[in-house]
Write a protein that binds this ligand. Structure first.
Ligand code: PEP
Ligand code: MN
Length: 300
C-alpha cells in the first residue's frame, strides 16, 4: 500500500489548538508503533517463548477452556508436537448471549494448570477492564479480541499491564486503524505487543472471514511489532487451516495461532475450525520443513 509508512508515521493532529499542539503539528512525532520510531524488530518474550526477531512461533489450543480433561489433553498435544504457547479462552466474546460464555476464573486456573504441566506460557482473552488484574495474575499474554480492537478503555488499561498483549485485528478494521489501536497500548507504556491478522469481513461467504495475508506484508513494512496470523478464525473450517498456516509462514509472519482440540466434534465453541491433534502434528511437520527456507522469504 503506497504511503502507508507515511500514513502511520505521524501522530494525528490533536483537536485542541494549544501552543503544544501547534508545535506538534509543525513537527509531527513518529508513532510509537512505526518503523520510523524504531527500526529494529520488537521481540516479545513470555516465559520460554519468543515472538518476533526471526523466530516462527506457534500458538495452539482450544477456542475455549471447557474442563480439566479437555484442557490438559489438548495442551499436552500442543506441547508434544512443538507449540511454544498454549491458547484457550476463559472469557468468550459470543455473538449470542445464550452461547457458552467461558468458565471465567475457573478457566484461568485450568490454563495455569496447563502451564504447570507443559512448562509453556499461556495466552487468553480479556474482555473487560475490570478483569485485567485477574487475567494478568494467571496469564502470560493478554489477548484483546477482534471485537474489542477499538475498545479504547481496554486498550489504555492493557497499556498499563506488565504482561505482553496479543491484539487481534477487528472484522472491519483497516490496517491504519489496527496500528492506531496498537499505538494506544504502546502510548500507555506497554511495548510488548503482538499483532494478529485473523481475517476480515468481506462479501465472500464461502469462508467465515477473508484472510488478509497482504496485511502481513504491509504491517511488517510499517511496524516493528511482531505479526502473527490466526487462520482458524479467518476460514472457519479446519480443512483450510493447514494451507493458510503454511502461507502465513511463506508471507513472512512471525507465527501462527491455531485452534486445536483433543475432540473437536465435542467442542463447545468453534469445533469446525479446530484441528485434531493429528492435523496439528501434520501442520507442525510442514512448518518444520518450510522453516529451513524461511530466512530467504523474510523480506516481503
Ligand atoms: C479467539 O481467538 O478466541 C477469538 C474469539 O478470536 P477473534 O477475536 O479473532 O474472533
Ligand atoms: Mn474460537
Amino acid at each position: 500500500m503506497p504511503g502507508i509508512s507515511k500514513m502511520v508515521s505521524a501522530v494525528e493532529s490533536p483537536e485542541a489548538v494549544t501552543a503544544e499542539a501547534v508545535a506538534r503539528r509543525l513537527k509531527p512525532q513518529a508513532m510509537l508503533v512505526s518503523r520510523e520510531a524504531k527500526s529494529s524488530d520488537t521481540v516479545v518474550r513470555a516465559g520460554s517463548a519468543v515472538v518476533g526477531g526471526g523466530a516462527f512461533t506457534v500458538i495452539a489450543g482450544p477456542c475455549s477452556v471447557e474442563n480439566a480433561e479437555q484442557m490438559v489433553c489438548t495442551a499436552r498435544f500442543a506441547q508434544k508436537y512443538g507449540a511454544s504457547i498454549i491458547r484457550g479462552g476463559a472469557y468468550k466474546p459470543r455473538t449470542s448471549p445464550y452461547s457458552f460464555q467461558g468458565l471465567g476464573e475457573e478457566g484461568l486456573e485450568l490454563l495455569a494448570q496447563a502451564r504447570r504441566l507443559t512448562g509453556l506460557p499461556v495466552v487468553t482473552e480479556v474482555m473487560d477492564t475490570a478483569d485485567v488484574d485477574l487475567v494478568e495474575s494467571y496469564a502470560d499474554i493478554l489477548q484483546v479480541g477482534a471485537r474489542n480492537v477499538q475498545n479504547f478503555c481496554l486498550l489504555k488499561r492493557v497499556g498499563q499491564a506488565r504482561k505482553p498483549v496479543l491484539l487481534k485485528r477487528g472484522l472491519m478494521t483497516t490496517i491504519k486503524e489496527f496500528l492506531m489501536a496498537a499505538e494506544y497500548i504502546l502510548a500507555g507504556g506497554n511495548d510488548q505487543v503482538i499483532l494478529c491478522e485473523r481475517g476480515i469481513r468481506t462479501f465472500e461467504t464461502a469462508t467465515r472471514n477473508t484472510l488478509d495475508l497482504s496485511a502481513v506484508c504491509v504491517l511488517k513494512e510499517s511496524t516493528h511489532l511482531p505479526v502473527v496470523v490466526d487462520p482458524s478464525h479467518a476460514v472457519g473450517n479446519r480443512r483450510y487451516v493447514k494451507p493458510l498456516a503454511r502461507a502465513s509462514l511463506a508471507v513472512g509472519a512471525d507465527g501462527i495461532m491455531v485452534e486445536m482440540h483433543c475432540s473437536p466434534d465435542n467442542a463447545m465453541c468453534d469445533g469446525d475450525q479446530s484441528l485434531t491433534p493429528a492435523d496439528f502434528k501434520e501442520l507442525m511437520a510442514d512448518i518444520n520443513s518450510m522453516s529451513a527456507l524461511r530466512s530467504n522469504w523474510l523480506a516481503c
